[in-house]
Write a protein that binds this ligand. Structure first.
Ligand code: APR
Length: 283
């Protein structure tokens, strides 16, 4: 593992930093990663529900999966890794940009300024119309009417989604969220096989091309999904220093020549970013 002082040396002179974040950053907050052991919901591979085909076949099941993810996210708390990145964003201003693959709202709840944060794969709390594409952000669970009714089986306060032993409630499509245009709404996340927001990607490229980027910080991601995985690859061709933070010593995210920090991002990030954020670190 690289020496933390080596990264602190890179931080001198207020470098321009691009962060690429994955599910590993939120893992310590209790949100399951996609490719680790926790990536299951009721024995469904989460990746099999995050597709347009799954939504077309059974919109209610997909909405229940996202209701579960929203519920788990609202129970979770941002961790020291989210807070360290938020502090870095406040200190660096426009010389920092965080590209997160995570759709949870833990960055925002850690105080991360919106202008230095881009959700590459959308946001769990966005609701998008399948017809007119109108998107709105709401943390109220659009399925509450369908999930809340108390019954002799389980009281309203229990969420049947959290107990794999309980049957998944059948919800008629008519009770799913609908747009004022009449179209059925869907979770505002990017599903497998869908394009990312082109305008956002062009903004990110403009930020990268505006001035040399000194460091690309790759945090808690398996780096197997594109275009997110391409930013570090591109940086290496421009002789930008790539710094990988990952729990898995065998992570594919790291290449020879990177600075590599193996461990929990919630421990490592406060220590690594301390010279700029002033955070105390326990490492
Ligand atoms: N600290 C640092 N890294 C961690 C931690 C932790 N506490 N816990 C897990 N990791 C690492 C794992 O070693 C793994 O490399 O985080 C990575 C998580 O990888 P994935 O589960 O593949 O998640 P991610 O890389 O974000 O997936 C990318 O794939 O399924 C799609 O759209 C989905 O955004 C997601 C994308």
């Amino acid at each position: 593992m690289s020496d933390i002082a080596a990264f602190h040396t890179l931080l001198r002179g207020s470098p321009r930093i691009l962060a690429v974040v994955g599910a590993g950053l939120s893992a310590s907050s209790g949100l399951p990663t996609f490719r680790g052991a926790g990536g299951l919901w009721r024995n469904y591979e989460s990746t099999s529900l995050a597709t347009p085909g799954a939504f077309a076949r059974d919109p209610a099941l997909v909405w229940l999966f996202y209701a579960w993810r929203r519920h788990v996210c609202l129970q979770a708390q941002p961790n020291a890794g989210h807070r360290a990145l938020a502090a870095l964003a406040k200190a660096q201003g426009s010389d920092f940009l965080c590209l997160t693959q995570n759709v949870d709202n833990l960055h925002e709840r850690a105080g991360h300024p919106a202008d230095t944060l881009r959700h590459l794969h959308g946001r769990l709390f966005d609701v998008k119309c399948s017809t007119c594409r109108k998107t709105k952000y709401n943390t109220d669970d659009p399925l509450v009417p369908a999930l809340a009714p108390a019954s002799e089986d389980y009281p309203a306060c229990e969420n049947p989604l959290l107990d794999p032993g309980r049957p998944v409630p059948k919800i008629p499509t008519s009770e799913l969220p609908h747009c004022s245009c009449g179209g059925i709404q869907r979770p505002g996340v990017v599903w497998f096989g869908e394009n990312l927001d082109g305008r956002m990607l062009r903004e990110v490229d403009a930020w990268i091309d505006a001035k040399p980027v000194d460091i690309v910080l790759v945090i808690g991601t398996s780096s197997v999904v594109y275009p997110a995985a391409a930013y570090a690859e591109r940086a290496r061709t421009r002789h930008t220093k790539v710094v990988t933070v990952n729990l898995d010593p065998e992570t594919e995210a790291a290449e020879p020549g990177d600075l590599v920090y193996i461990g929990d991002a919630t421990q490592l990030l406060p220590a690594l970013l301390a010279p700029i954020t002033g955070a105390t670190s326990s490492l």
